[in-house]
Design a protein around this ligand. Structure first.
Ligand SMILES: Cc1ncc(COP(=O)(O)O)c(C=O)c1O
Length: 352
């Protein structure tokens, strides 16, 4: 079956919305349904909990492959925001800290930064392209997007060389562009399962460098955080990143693992290349048609100016095209994946 045909929503929409929520493959829906059916038929007994742990480890291994990380350095979270929050809240941050970030971050990172500021840290926001240059002797941490959710620009490669820890918001990175946490030189990378990886809402990943991880306290432990849950107050949290695992629903984890399987069967590298090529073509077509396209890099997002983005978004949906507007900006944003083809892009251009 053609890759595109595995995503039912593409039968009815030019679906260009993976930057918010990716299209779900049919096979992943069937996998999740089977896990739900099993819970209904068998109840939720010991085997159910064993299955939850098994699925979490399966998903962890997949996310680890995706980020070129060791599975023990990856936590299964409820999404990007949860991972960013766990790391920033767990650090001993106070008045001596200066955190460099960009002036175009998503609320998923802005929230933990505001909380850090409440604890006394200084938060310095600079233009996205200036992130590495803005690091000075006073800087203690960088926290910013890997790929800008507004424009689709990539964080400066020089961030890999700055002499302070770098925490990346990979919501628009994982499944969209190559992610190699070692090459990126980051100490933490938080990302989403529901966007470019086509999985369930409420799933995500957190990579944590083991050495840096020793500095991150477990502020909000769950049943999944313990080395051994039977030791009461003598109990200890796991040393590995999985102490930040969240107790996600079995069917959601299965959906995300099933979606990742579909993507890996097609080949992750091939998917990333095809999506980036298609996005480049689309950005060029939009510019040719006279639209102002936001400065971008070789990613899967294209933002372009329209007069009333919110009204335009609704108009486009009536014409079978799903994109989003970015509040507070003049932009509509199209998210282009390997599941799309030129027919979706032509649909959008015509509908505009
Ligand atoms: C750059 C960025 N960061 C964070 C988020 C929040 O992601 P999540 O819903 O996985 O917490 C988003 C979601 O759109 C995003 O684009």
């Amino acid at each position: 079956m053609a890759f595109r045909d595995q995503f039912p929503v593409l039968d009815r929409l030019a679906y260009l919305n993976a930057g918010t929520d990716g299209p779900i493959p049919r096979a992943a829906i069937e996998t999740a349904r089977a896990e739900l059916d099993a819970q209904g038929a068998e109840g939720r007994l010991y085997a159910h909990f064993a299955r939850r742990f098994e699925l979490a480890d399966q998903l962890r291994a997949g996310y680890a492959r995706l980020m070129n990380a060791a599975p023990e350095d990856v936590a299964i979270t409820s999404g990007t925001s949860a991972g960013l929050g766990a790391v920033l809240a767990g650090l001993d941050i106070g008045p001596g800290d200066e955190i460099v970030t960009s002036d175009a971050e998503h609320p998923g990172l802005i929230g933990p930064l505001l909380a850090a500021r409440e604890r006394g840290a200084t938060v310095k926001a600079v233009p996205f392209a200036e992130l590495a240059n803005a690091v000075t002797a006073s800087t203690t941490l960088v926290a910013a997007s890997h790929v800008s959710w507004i424009t689709g620009e990539l964080a400066p490669a020089e961030l890999a060389e700055v002499p302070v820890p770098v925490i990346l918001d990979g919501a628009q990175g994982a499944g969209a562009v190559p992610v190699d946490v070692k090459a990126l030189g980051c100490v933490a990378y938080a990302a989403a399962g529901q966007k470019w990886l086509c999985g369930a809402d409420g799933t995500g990943m957190l990579y944590l460098d083991p050495e840096f991880g020793e500095r991150v306290k477990t502020i909000f432990p769950t049943y999944f955080s313990f080395e051994d849950t039977g030791l009461g107050l003598e109990g200890r949290f796991k040393a590995s990143a999985s102490r930040f695992d969240l107790p996600l629903p079995r069917e959601a984890v299965a959906l995300s693992a099933g979606a990742l399987e579909v993507l890996e069967a097609e080949g992750l590298d091939a998917i990333l290349t095809r999506a980036a090529d298609l996005t480049d073509v689309f950005a060029a077509k939009l510019a040719e048609a006279g639209y102002t396209v936001a400065p971008r890099a070789r990613t899967t997002l294209v933002s372009f100016e329209v007069e009333d983005p919110e009204a335009k978004r609704e108009q486009l949906l009536e014409r079978g095209v799903a994109v989003r507007n970015l509040p507070g900006t003049p932009y509509l944003r199209a998210s282009v994946g390997a599941w799309n083809d030129e027919s979706d892009l032509d649909c959008l251009l015509e509908a505009l």
